[in-house]
Design a binder for this molecule. Structure first.
Ligand code: OAD
Length: 233
Protein backbone atom coordinates (compact mmCIF):
# COMPACT_ATOMS: atom_id res chain seq x y z
CA UNK A 1 0.00 0.00 0.00
CA UNK A 2 1.13 3.57 -0.73
CA UNK A 3 -0.06 6.51 1.36
CA UNK A 4 -0.62 10.11 0.28
CA UNK A 5 -0.93 12.68 3.05
CA UNK A 6 -2.00 16.31 3.11
CA UNK A 7 -2.47 19.11 5.60
CA UNK A 8 -5.34 17.28 7.36
CA UNK A 9 -2.99 14.77 9.01
CA UNK A 10 -1.21 17.65 10.77
CA UNK A 11 -4.44 19.49 11.68
CA UNK A 12 -4.68 17.70 15.03
CA UNK A 13 -1.12 18.83 15.81
CA UNK A 14 -2.39 22.43 15.59
CA UNK A 15 -1.13 23.23 12.09
CA UNK A 16 -3.85 24.87 9.98
CA UNK A 17 -4.94 23.32 6.67
CA UNK A 18 -5.19 25.41 3.50
CA UNK A 19 -8.77 25.12 2.26
CA UNK A 20 -10.90 24.27 5.29
CA UNK A 21 -13.12 26.63 7.30
CA UNK A 22 -10.09 28.07 9.14
CA UNK A 23 -7.72 27.28 6.25
CA UNK A 24 -4.70 29.45 5.46
CA UNK A 25 -6.00 30.32 1.98
CA UNK A 26 -9.15 31.77 3.57
CA UNK A 27 -7.07 34.26 5.55
CA UNK A 28 -4.07 34.86 3.28
CA UNK A 29 -3.67 35.38 -0.45
CA UNK A 30 -1.41 32.76 -2.07
CA UNK A 31 -0.44 35.22 -4.82
CA UNK A 32 1.04 37.53 -2.14
CA UNK A 33 2.87 34.82 -0.19
CA UNK A 34 3.47 31.64 -2.17
CA UNK A 35 4.68 32.51 -5.65
CA UNK A 36 8.17 33.36 -6.99
CA UNK A 37 6.76 36.76 -8.10
CA UNK A 38 5.52 37.51 -4.56
CA UNK A 39 9.00 36.76 -3.21
CA UNK A 40 10.62 39.06 -5.79
CA UNK A 41 8.16 41.85 -4.95
CA UNK A 42 8.25 41.59 -1.17
CA UNK A 43 10.69 39.06 0.32
CA UNK A 44 10.24 40.60 3.81
CA UNK A 45 6.49 39.88 3.81
CA UNK A 46 6.97 36.33 2.48
CA UNK A 47 9.62 35.55 5.12
CA UNK A 48 7.45 37.03 7.85
CA UNK A 49 4.69 34.59 6.92
CA UNK A 50 7.12 31.64 6.78
CA UNK A 51 8.68 32.69 10.08
CA UNK A 52 5.22 32.44 11.67
CA UNK A 53 4.58 29.01 10.09
CA UNK A 54 8.03 27.65 11.03
CA UNK A 55 7.40 28.72 14.62
CA UNK A 56 4.02 26.94 14.68
CA UNK A 57 5.58 23.76 13.26
CA UNK A 58 8.52 23.82 15.68
CA UNK A 59 6.08 24.03 18.59
CA UNK A 60 3.88 21.23 17.20
CA UNK A 61 4.32 17.52 17.89
CA UNK A 62 3.45 14.49 15.75
CA UNK A 63 -0.06 13.31 16.66
CA UNK A 64 -1.29 9.69 16.97
CA UNK A 65 -2.10 9.75 13.22
CA UNK A 66 1.54 10.45 12.25
CA UNK A 67 2.76 7.86 14.76
CA UNK A 68 0.37 5.11 13.63
CA UNK A 69 1.22 5.74 9.97
CA UNK A 70 4.94 5.56 10.76
CA UNK A 71 4.34 2.22 12.50
CA UNK A 72 2.34 0.87 9.52
CA UNK A 73 5.29 1.96 7.40
CA UNK A 74 7.79 0.24 9.68
CA UNK A 75 5.69 -2.96 9.56
CA UNK A 76 5.76 -2.86 5.75
CA UNK A 77 1.95 -2.49 5.40
CA UNK A 78 2.46 1.01 4.01
CA UNK A 79 5.44 0.75 1.70
CA UNK A 80 6.04 4.48 1.58
CA UNK A 81 4.40 7.76 2.64
CA UNK A 82 4.19 10.44 -0.02
CA UNK A 83 3.38 13.81 1.49
CA UNK A 84 2.37 17.22 0.24
CA UNK A 85 3.15 18.65 3.67
CA UNK A 86 6.16 20.87 4.14
CA UNK A 87 6.22 20.33 7.92
CA UNK A 88 8.57 17.78 9.49
CA UNK A 89 6.04 15.82 11.55
CA UNK A 90 6.33 12.60 9.49
CA UNK A 91 10.11 12.71 10.02
CA UNK A 92 9.70 13.35 13.75
CA UNK A 93 7.26 10.39 13.93
CA UNK A 94 10.15 8.28 12.50
CA UNK A 95 8.51 7.43 9.18
CA UNK A 96 11.08 5.23 7.45
CA UNK A 97 10.14 5.82 3.79
CA UNK A 98 9.04 9.36 3.02
CA UNK A 99 8.76 11.25 -0.26
CA UNK A 100 8.25 15.01 0.06
CA UNK A 101 6.52 16.43 -3.00
CA UNK A 102 6.22 20.09 -1.98
CA UNK A 103 9.59 20.61 -0.29
CA UNK A 104 10.55 21.29 3.29
CA UNK A 105 9.71 24.46 5.23
CA UNK A 106 12.57 23.81 7.69
CA UNK A 107 15.10 24.23 4.86
CA UNK A 108 16.08 27.39 2.98
CA UNK A 109 17.94 27.56 -0.29
CA UNK A 110 19.81 30.28 -2.12
CA UNK A 111 18.01 32.08 -4.97
CA UNK A 112 21.33 32.17 -6.93
CA UNK A 113 23.66 29.32 -6.00
CA UNK A 114 23.38 25.73 -4.68
CA UNK A 115 23.59 26.65 -0.99
CA UNK A 116 20.98 25.02 1.31
CA UNK A 117 20.54 25.19 5.05
CA UNK A 118 18.31 23.29 7.52
CA UNK A 119 16.98 25.67 10.20
CA UNK A 120 17.56 25.00 13.88
CA UNK A 121 16.16 28.36 14.96
CA UNK A 122 13.40 30.38 13.37
CA UNK A 123 14.97 32.79 10.83
CA UNK A 124 14.57 36.54 11.30
CA UNK A 125 14.08 38.94 8.37
CA UNK A 126 15.33 37.93 4.93
CA UNK A 127 18.28 35.58 5.50
CA UNK A 128 21.28 35.96 3.18
CA UNK A 129 23.35 33.23 1.55
CA UNK A 130 26.71 32.90 3.35
CA UNK A 131 28.32 31.84 0.05
CA UNK A 132 27.12 34.57 -2.36
CA UNK A 133 25.02 37.05 -0.31
CA UNK A 134 21.88 36.53 -2.41
CA UNK A 135 18.59 36.20 -0.50
CA UNK A 136 17.68 32.73 0.75
CA UNK A 137 14.14 31.47 0.14
CA UNK A 138 12.10 28.71 1.76
CA UNK A 139 12.85 25.37 0.05
CA UNK A 140 9.19 24.74 -0.77
CA UNK A 141 7.27 24.47 -4.02
CA UNK A 142 5.32 27.65 -4.77
CA UNK A 143 2.38 28.09 -7.13
CA UNK A 144 3.57 27.97 -10.72
CA UNK A 145 6.73 26.02 -9.85
CA UNK A 146 7.40 22.41 -10.89
CA UNK A 147 7.62 19.64 -8.31
CA UNK A 148 11.05 18.09 -7.67
CA UNK A 149 11.33 15.66 -10.59
CA UNK A 150 12.94 12.78 -8.72
CA UNK A 151 10.35 12.86 -5.91
CA UNK A 152 7.47 13.00 -8.38
CA UNK A 153 8.79 10.08 -10.45
CA UNK A 154 9.30 8.01 -7.30
CA UNK A 155 5.77 8.80 -6.11
CA UNK A 156 4.30 7.89 -9.50
CA UNK A 157 6.12 4.54 -9.45
CA UNK A 158 4.93 3.81 -5.90
CA UNK A 159 1.26 4.54 -6.65
CA UNK A 160 1.35 2.70 -10.00
CA UNK A 161 2.69 -0.45 -8.32
CA UNK A 162 0.53 -0.31 -5.16
CA UNK A 163 -2.53 -2.54 -4.76
CA UNK A 164 -4.10 0.07 -2.48
CA UNK A 165 -3.70 3.84 -2.10
CA UNK A 166 -4.50 5.31 1.31
CA UNK A 167 -5.32 9.01 0.94
CA UNK A 168 -5.17 10.87 4.24
CA UNK A 169 -6.17 14.45 5.01
CA UNK A 170 -5.95 15.98 1.57
CA UNK A 171 -8.54 17.81 -0.52
CA UNK A 172 -6.74 16.31 -3.58
CA UNK A 173 -7.30 19.70 -5.21
CA UNK A 174 -3.68 20.36 -6.11
CA UNK A 175 -2.07 18.58 -9.04
CA UNK A 176 -0.12 16.50 -9.78
CA UNK A 177 -0.22 15.13 -6.19
CA UNK A 178 -4.02 14.81 -6.16
CA UNK A 179 -3.95 12.49 -9.18
CA UNK A 180 -1.44 9.97 -7.77
CA UNK A 181 -4.08 7.61 -6.25
CA UNK A 182 -5.71 7.35 -9.69
CA UNK A 183 -2.56 5.55 -10.89
CA UNK A 184 -3.29 2.81 -8.34
CA UNK A 185 -6.94 2.68 -9.40
CA UNK A 186 -6.17 2.49 -13.11
CA UNK A 187 -3.84 -0.44 -12.45
CA UNK A 188 -6.61 -2.43 -10.71
CA UNK A 189 -6.01 -1.26 -7.11
CA UNK A 190 -8.33 0.41 -4.62
CA UNK A 191 -8.46 3.82 -2.93
CA UNK A 192 -9.04 4.18 0.81
CA UNK A 193 -9.75 7.70 2.04
CA UNK A 194 -9.24 8.88 5.63
CA UNK A 195 -10.88 12.30 5.87
CA UNK A 196 -13.88 13.67 7.79
CA UNK A 197 -14.99 15.29 4.49
CA UNK A 198 -15.07 13.86 0.97
CA UNK A 199 -12.19 15.03 -1.25
CA UNK A 200 -12.06 15.58 -5.01
CA UNK A 201 -11.27 11.86 -5.29
CA UNK A 202 -14.67 10.88 -3.87
CA UNK A 203 -16.04 9.30 -7.09
CA UNK A 204 -13.06 6.91 -7.15
CA UNK A 205 -12.90 6.03 -3.45
CA UNK A 206 -13.62 2.37 -2.57
CA UNK A 207 -13.45 2.67 1.23
CA UNK A 208 -14.19 6.01 2.93
CA UNK A 209 -13.26 6.43 6.59
CA UNK A 210 -15.00 9.66 7.59
CA UNK A 211 -12.93 10.29 10.70
CA UNK A 212 -9.99 12.43 11.78
CA UNK A 213 -6.61 10.91 10.92
CA UNK A 214 -5.48 11.02 14.56
CA UNK A 215 -8.41 8.74 15.45
CA UNK A 216 -8.72 6.56 12.33
CA UNK A 217 -5.05 5.64 11.81
CA UNK A 218 -4.44 4.28 15.34
CA UNK A 219 -7.61 2.17 14.90
CA UNK A 220 -6.40 0.83 11.57
CA UNK A 221 -3.06 -0.01 13.20
CA UNK A 222 -4.84 -1.82 16.04
CA UNK A 223 -6.86 -3.91 13.56
CA UNK A 224 -3.75 -4.76 11.55
CA UNK A 225 -1.96 -5.85 14.72
CA UNK A 226 -4.92 -8.09 15.69
CA UNK A 227 -4.81 -9.72 12.25
CA UNK A 228 -1.04 -10.22 12.53
CA UNK A 229 -1.36 -11.80 15.97
CA UNK A 230 -4.25 -14.08 14.96
CA UNK A 231 -2.23 -15.28 11.95
CA UNK A 232 0.69 -16.13 14.24
CA UNK A 233 -1.42 -18.34 16.56
P1 OAD B 1 -6.18 21.23 2.02
O1 OAD B 1 -6.29 22.32 3.03
O2 OAD B 1 -6.55 21.54 0.62
O3 OAD B 1 -7.08 20.01 2.50
C1 OAD B 1 -7.02 19.52 3.80
C2 OAD B 1 -7.91 18.29 3.90
O4 OAD B 1 -7.77 17.76 5.20
C3 OAD B 1 -9.41 18.58 3.70
O5 OAD B 1 -9.92 17.63 2.77
C4 OAD B 1 -10.01 18.35 5.09
O6 OAD B 1 -11.32 17.80 5.05
C5 OAD B 1 -9.03 17.35 5.67
N1 OAD B 1 -8.93 17.33 7.14
C6 OAD B 1 -9.08 18.34 8.03
N2 OAD B 1 -8.85 17.92 9.28
C7 OAD B 1 -8.53 16.60 9.19
C8 OAD B 1 -8.16 15.60 10.14
N3 OAD B 1 -8.06 15.88 11.46
N4 OAD B 1 -7.89 14.36 9.69
C9 OAD B 1 -7.98 14.07 8.35
N5 OAD B 1 -8.31 14.97 7.42
C10 OAD B 1 -8.59 16.22 7.83
O7 OAD B 1 -4.69 20.65 2.14
P2 OAD B 1 -3.87 19.79 1.08
O8 OAD B 1 -4.76 18.88 0.34
O9 OAD B 1 -2.71 19.23 1.79
O10 OAD B 1 0.68 23.42 -1.49
O11 OAD B 1 -3.38 20.93 0.10
C11 OAD B 1 -2.53 20.62 -0.97
C12 OAD B 1 -1.56 21.72 -1.22
O12 OAD B 1 -2.26 22.97 -1.36
C13 OAD B 1 -0.59 21.98 -0.09
O13 OAD B 1 0.50 21.11 -0.10
C14 OAD B 1 -0.18 23.38 -0.34
C15 OAD B 1 -1.51 24.01 -0.67
O14 OAD B 1 -1.47 25.13 -1.49
C16 OAD B 1 1.90 23.95 -1.39
O15 OAD B 1 2.31 24.46 -0.37
C17 OAD B 1 2.67 23.86 -2.66
Amino acid sequence: MAALTGAGISADSGIPTFRGKDGLWRRFKPEELATPEAFQRNPELVWEWYEWRIKLIKEAKPNPGHLALAELNRMGIVKCVVTQNVDDLHERACTTCLVKLHGDIMTARCTSCDFEIKWKDVPKGVPKCPACCSPLRPAVVWFGEPLPQEALERAERLFSEARAAMVIGTSAAVMPAGKLPLLTKSNGGIIIEVNPEPSALEPYVDIAIRERASVALPRILEEVRKLYNSNKT
